[in-house]
Design a protein around this ligand. Structure first.
Ligand SMILES: [Zn+2]
Length: 295
């Protein structure tokens, strides 16, 4: 049974069985609307997601914090605190370390996080995984955490492929390996009790969706397979997707499961709807049945 405990400060707090699930902000930003909708004509997406006079739309990085007694698991880390001044200007990103500030608002310190699961390694998901410490050294942000990444995603992200130049800043990644905190996994599996990886590919070659078990029900962190509640059309993808057809196949499968099983969908980039239950709809495929909006 889902009990919504609170909505506020851009966050959703839910009690799901004996676990507490919170969506917490890893930082808001602005981005060109076309990049988030790829081949979808602007005349179709803009009524759902109005752009500003520079063609930008609002984006969130809704990370997920799952707490069970003193076990705290984090899914994705937002863009962190290491963006250059130029990047901050382009993305109008938040100053400081938005994720750590969100955790502090819940009285959680970085050393309390035991596991960090990364859906994929783009900067807006893995940027908060590392930080520059007081001695100006790059270190993992969460000193006691195991960081869990799909091996294939890691291999591609650290291969410094010229065609992916800029997609995977190495400062977000290499400190995780150097500190011995990196755990590479291969394919679908139970990562830690109650957390299951489902490799989708599509957005990146080994992008994974995370299923969080609570009793008979599940919450599904969709990552960038369906980044916002305005991406429910199964043919819609992002300009960043390396394999749009795979995104379409996987999105159809996963949203069907969510709607048919009554699971909770968690949207990583939606600035307004962090979590929602979905229904099938004969015309629109899937619609939001009940949304947990951010205030
Ligand atoms: Zn993203």
């Amino acid at each position: 049974m889902t009990q919504v405990l609170g909505l506020g400060l851009g966050e959703v707090v839910m009690q799901l069985g004996d676990i507490q699930l919170r969506t917490i902000s890893g930082g808001k930003f602005l981005i060109d609307g076309g990049t988030m909708f790829g081949v979808v004509p602007r005349t179709m997406w803009e009524p759902l997601f109005p752009a500003d006079d520079q063609h930008r739309i609002r984006q969130a990085t809704n990370c997920v914090l799952v707490s069970q007694e003193d076990q705290h698991t984090l899914i994705d880390t937002g863009y962190g605190s290491k963006l250059s001044d130029k990047q901050r200007d382009v993305f109008q990103s938040e100053a400081g370390d938005p994720l750590l500030e969100s955790l502090a608002a819940h009285s959680i310190t970085p050393d309390q996080i035991s596991t960090v699961i990364l859906s994929h390694l783009h900067f807006d998901h893995a940027g908060g995984a590392t930080r520059m410490n007081e001695q100006q050294l790059l270190v993992p942000t969460f000193p006691n955490a195991e960081y869990v990444v799909q091996r294939r995603e890691w291999m591609i992200a650290t291969a410094e492929l010229p065609e992916l130049r800029g997609a995977y800043p190495q400062d977000n990644l290499l400190p995780l390996k150097e500190s011995g905190q990196l755990r590479l996994i291969d394919g679908d599996q139970e990562i830690i009790p109650g957390f299951h990886s489902m490799v989708t590919g599509g957005h990146t070659a080994a992008h994974q969706v995370i299923l969080i078990e609570h009793g008979d029900l599940m919450s599904v962190y969709l990552g960038d397979i369906c980044p916002t509640s305005r991406h429910l059309k199964t043919l819609w993808g992002m300009a960043y997707d390396v394999d749009l057809l795979q995104v379409r196949r996987q999105k159809s499968k996963i949203l069907s499961g969510i709607a048919d099983q009554g699971w909770l969908a968690l949207f990583d980039h939606d600035p307004d709807v962090a979590a929602a239950y979905l229904d099938r709809d004969p015309k629109k495929e899937f619609v939001v049945a009940e949304q947990f909006a951010q205030l």
